[in-house]
Design a protein around this ligand. Sequence first.
Ligand SMILES: [Ca+2]
Ligand SMILES: [Ca+2]
Length: 472
Amino acid sequence: MTVSKLFEDEPQQWGLRGDPFLWRDLKSHFESTSLPKDQNELKTILEEAYENKTGYPLAHSEHFYIEEYAHGGMSSGKISPEFWRDVGIPTLIKRSGLRDDKKGEWVMKRIFLFGSLIIAVLLAYLVAWPVDIDPQKWEAPKDKGYVGNFAPNRRLADLELLDIGDIHGPEDVASRVIDGQLYLFVSSQDGLIRKINADTKEVTTLADTKGVPLGFEFDGAGNLILADAFKGLLSIAPDGTVTTLSDTADGEPILYADDLDIAPDGVIYFSDASTRWGAAEIGQTMAASLYEIMEHGKTGRVLAYDPASGKTWTVMEDLSFANGVAMADNGNSILVNETGEYRIHKLWVSGPKKGESKVIIDNLPGFPDNINQAPDGNFYVGIVSKRSAFLDDYANSPFWRKLAWRLPAALQPKAENYGFIIEMDGNGNVIQTWQDPTGAYPTTTGAHLAADGYLYISSLTASKLGRMKMAK
Ligand SMILES: [Ca+2]
Ligand SMILES: [Ca+2]
């Protein structure tokens, strides 16, 4: 198609009498000019031709006379630039049907620039926005997954669920025979300690700590000694009276008491998961644990409290989330779960090796939580979540962990449910595991074998207590 074609239908209204002649002149001028590809190019050649033919720029405001277009009569040969600017050229452009590519390009450019700006702002936020954690470099052992001793099974699937009343997060479970009746005790995120009659299933409340009770054990006098994440080390008398045993150690407040066990001499060994990220201050135990684990500042410690002297002191420190604690070797050592490094330590607290420690099991396929002694002297370890590929891959990169910390909570690493209880001996030799890869019963923190032959399974988030009958 030629540009000339655009001139075929003449306008009904002209500006001045010379305009039709200019129109026809332009028509023949463009006879062999093919239509350009875009509107702006067409506009340019039309304007150039107008200027060549008239000797005036299109912007010229006055009417003018061109002899060539004068064919007699009043105002003959007069050209109206106004007509060409407002009607003539716009009509021709409209007829061409050409798109205003430049405008499209301009819009695209704007969209692109705007998009880039948003991305730049997001990146700046992700890279530079101040965060409260100060992630530390470390070498995570390569996750071998559920292999060897940890080969998957479904022995923890289809747990029977026991009602614990309207509470959630039975983080630890213990049992005790009182007046010939077996009772189970569970802690909860709601602050309540619930007492459940194993026969009648009747649920009562033993105490309200007004904090977040986690690990506990009974002492020789029948007091429930409790690690409360918000309150420290507490003792709950059989009548439910709550007493604070310790809330500071070596001049530092206990910010996140987590689990404990009691030595034959009465000394209570308990973990303070983080000395930097307080459970009460953050407002929630799970959230506070993420702070300590994402940062990997290894600020956790294990404390000892002696009821005889009322003193509290540090026995172990620099732990990445100090968690489960259990006495071993007839009270000569304690086993300590270090959640953030997927391993379990043994520390001798009395006898000839006092003060020595070693790792008895490492590179676990998940985050170890509580540890409870079984009646036969073995131990049950709860694995609360699978490992996080992100945390392992970026153990060495504080930059990326900081960046992840700026993401919305939904995009951050979090606990991944996979039911997992390990039975091991006091030297870290795995005896057996109970697993549920579906994680139907979530965040398994540990297990306790009661006198009724049931293995009770605790959880950080469940609203019931899981249990399974053990073969005789
Ligand atoms: Ca316990
Ligand atoms: Ca725990």
